[in-house]
Design a protein around this ligand. Structure first.
Ligand SMILES: [Zn+2]
Length: 509
């Protein structure tokens, strides 16, 4: 055992379903957890070990952010206000282009400061094959530099550049007033855009390079079933199978994405994906706000996971996902921040609490998620989604030493009852700012709330310079202004079904 370390705390909280060790410590070596024991016992056995932590810390397993977009600065900072998903996505064209590496570093810093050690970062990149490759590679190297554990799910849009549904863009353009049509054409890709064949070539070369990397991985990230053809989705699933890698996509986020299923597939989207044969434990979806009970059953059968993103769902008026129904059906549920949390602070503790509060029901005897449920989602649920069960999401012998030390001074000030459950104290009261130290694979990557591998202030300054130097895309802004009312009018014509079934199974248990 090479140079063991001991991580100690007033409380060691090994996981949602494990007993808290008061005055406990974790012995780690070679990036792994070796043992959990009393601090005094480990200290006596390993007197030369480096000691991290103190009796004013709580030690938790690293949290897992199962769905994210690394923006560096938020859409609000870019001057893009929250609105319903479809117009919001169009509005992104008004954003200035940042530097993917700096954005990944800043996102990593924010997440580490919130106790997140692992992330599934979904990246929808554009441009030609070279531009696509450089965006993906720079994002991955940013995460690598940060010391965080990160999977990047990279993809690109092959259809529905304007409105949902294969072939619908042409119909939408034809419906526009003559003067607005040129703006719509700006949304369509030109001939230089990466092709599907080039995409698989680029993905293969990156995947080969990172295949043995202990922390950094590449997944497929088709942005959503309506944005890619069935044939492309099937090809992705075949490649993911042969490379033994993952797939993450957005499904049933907005109500219009839900309606897209019956309208263009003749059935709800997850049933269609099941018919395509692409669902499996390596397949995960983000959001799933409008999943039907049949779709939930199909997810439970196939082992596909969902990342629940309650903040983002509220901000973009997506709605409230059927979390209780998903948990009851035995679907694996993880928790994600989507780069769009309620307070713009990417606070995973706040996200756990939001998930817990949002799905409580007003009737006695009805089930509601408790602290253990949401803690599981943010740890073992995320680990299962990442297919890292037995490796991530718990503090136990043989698991990766991904550990979070929460400073308890503010959390327990001025007093807590001796009989209060330490897990409740931490999960109900801690915030991102209380995270002091974070280890990934046994390496300290955050100390005193600051990243150890890079200078946060310099990185922020560099991104600010890059964004200041990027010219404001005036033409795109005009295009958004011209198209937005027509886009909304287009979706307003879609028939919205009776929503009672969703509302009923959202509340009933
Ligand atoms: Zn997303």
């Amino acid at each position: 055992m090479s140079s063991p370390k001991i991580v100690r705390g007033r409380w060691v909280i090994p996981g949602a379903d494990a007993a808290v060790l008061t005055g406990g410590a974790v012995l780690i070596a070679d990036g792994n957890v070796v043992a959990l024991d009393e601090w005094g016992t480990l200290q006596a056995r390993y007197p030369d070990a480096e000691v991290i932590g103190s009796d004013s810390m709580a030690v938790l397993p690293g949290l897992i952010n199962a769905h994210h977009h690394s923006k560096g600065v938020s859409t609000i900072q870019q001057g893009i206000v929250d609105m319903l998903l479809e117009p919001w996505i169009l509005s992104h064209r008004r954003a200035r282009q940042g530097d993917p590496r700096l954005e990944a570093l800043l996102s990593a810093a924010e997440q580490l400061r919130s106790g997140v050690t692992s992330v599934v970062n979904v990246l929808n990149a554009g441009g030609d094959a070279d531009a696509f490759e450089s965006t993906v590679r720079n994002t991955m190297s940013g995460y690598d530099e940060s010391g965080m554990r990160a999977v990047t799910a990279a993809g690109f849009t092959t259809q529905s550049f304007l409105v949902s549904g294969a072939g619908e863009d042409e119909r939408f353009i034809a419906s526009l007033p003559e003067a607005v049509r040129p703006y719509a054409s700006m949304m369509l890709p030109d001939d230089s855009r990466i092709t599907e064949d080039e995409y698989f070539q680029v993905m293969e070369s990156i995947w080969r390079q990172y295949n043995d990397h202990p922390r950094i991985g590449l997944w497929f990230g088709p942005p959503g079933p309506q944005w890619v053809s069935d044939a492309f989705m099937s090809r992705i699933a075949e490649h993911a199978e042969s490379w033994d890698t993952g797939i993450q996509t957005h499904v049933d986020e907005s109500i219009y994405e839900m309606i897209h299923g019956p309208r263009f597939y003749g059935q709800h989207t997850m049933l269609h994906l099941n018919d395509l044969g692409v669902l499996s434990p390596r397949f995960s979806i983000a959001h799933g706000v409008w999943l039907t009970q049949e779709e939930i059953a199909v997810m439970a059968q196939t082992g596909a996971s969902v990342s629940h993103n309650p903040s983002s769902n509220l901000r973009l008026r997506a709605g409230i996902a059927p979390l209780n129904g998903l948990l009851e059906a035995g679907v694996n549920v993880a928790l994600g921040m989507d780069g769009t949390t309620l307070n713009e602070d990417e606070d995973m503790f706040a996200e756990m609490r939001l998930a817990m509060r949002l799905h409580g029901t007003p009737i006695l005897g009805e089930s509601a998620p408790d602290a253990d449920d949401v803690f599981s989602m943010a740890t073992t649920g995320g680990a299962k989604l990442m297919r890292q069960e037995g490796r991530l999401g718990r503090i136990a012998s043989g698991y990766a030493a991904d550990l979070v030390l929460v400073n308890l001074e503010r959390v327990t000030w001025p007093w807590v009852a001796p009989e209060a459950d330490p897990k409740d104290i931490v999960l109900f009261r801690a915030r991102a700012g209380d995270v002091d130290t974070v280890l990934v694979d046994g390496e300290v990557v955050l100390r005193g709330g600051m990243p150890t591998r890079f200078d946060l202030r310099d990185t922020g300054r560099a991104l600010a310079e890059c964004l200041s130097a990027a010219s404001y895309p005036e033409a795109n802004a005009e295009m958004v202004a011209q198209l937005l009312p027509h886009l909304e009018a287009w979706y307003k014509k879609w028939h919205v079904p009776d929503l009672k079934p969703w509302i009923q199974y959202n509340s009933r248990q």
